[in-house]
Design a protein around this ligand. Structure first.
Ligand code: GRF
Length: 227
């Protein structure tokens, strides 16, 4: 059973989807704590769902270092094996990032390295890209950087507004993040501080919903074994 802490700042749809996936697909994982850096819809939804929650407000701390340290000690206290960032809208400092090297995972709504930072869907439309998507990656000290764990793509179509595209990507986000969790729990992927090793790079054992959503669009990182 792997233990998970999830950090959020907003609506928390990825966090809720992960909780649903654990339950619906009997993934050998437990969310031991949901942490937010402010009052937000997501933290209320997590609490309503019966998950342990903690709000660690930035404004209660003098600086980022002490704020990060308070979050880190909450994570240590709940013995999390992995920390999933799911719409956590603050930059974590290098001390925090090093403390959780190889355990700290982020989801970003673009095909990295394209469109790091904010407003990814608007920028994708403005740039006229044909292919857009979502990336799951290990977090390192640079923004939206770090070794890729998995990506999934979609084709941008004429009718895509920012809102429509964001919705399409979000659906993929839910599937790919829960698939990564599934894979970690099944020990099909190993995360090292600077490297991702897929032992079994396949969707075959995953729940049908994940397979259906990802089969035609998953992008395994370079060097993954044949699937
Ligand atoms: C998602 O688009 C995620 O990729 C990004 O922040 C958003 C969070 O959405 N990092 P939600 O709070 O999980 O609904």
């Amino acid at each position: 059973m792997i233990k998970l802490a999830i950090l959020i700042s907003g609506r928390g749809s990825n966090m809720l989807y992960l909780a649903d996936a654990i339950e619906n697909y009997k993934i050998e994982a437990a969310i031991t704590l949901v942490i937010s850096n402010k009052d937000c819809v997501g933290i209320a939804l997590a609490a309503a769902r019966g998950l342990a929650t903690k709000v660690v407000k930035r404004s209660d701390f003098d600086n980022r270092l002490t704020h990060d340290a308070a979050i880190a000690s909450a994570i240590e206290d709940c013995h999390a094996d992995y920390v999933f960032l799911a719409g956590y809208m603050a930059i974590l400092g290098p001390v925090f990032v090093n403390q959780f090297a190889g355990k700290l995972i982020n989801i970003h709504p673009s095909l990295l390295p394209a469109f790091k930072g904010l407003n990814t869907h608007q920028r994708a439309i403005d740039a006229g890209v044909k292919t857009h998507g979502v990336s799951i990656h290990l977090v390192n000290a640079a923004l939206d950087d770090g070794p890729l764990i998995l990506q999934a793509s979609l084709t941008v179509v004429k009718t895509d507004t920012v809102k429509i595209l964001a919705g399409r990507v979000l659906q993929l986000e839910h599937q790919i993040y829960s698939f990564v969790l599934f894979s970690l729990a099944a020990r099909n992927v190993t995360l090292l501080p600077d490297r991702v090793i897929w032992q079994v790079a396949t969707l075959a054992a995953a729940p049908a919903e994940m397979q259906n959503a990802l089969a035609s669009c998953v992008i395994w990182p370079d060097g993954s074994p044949h699937r």
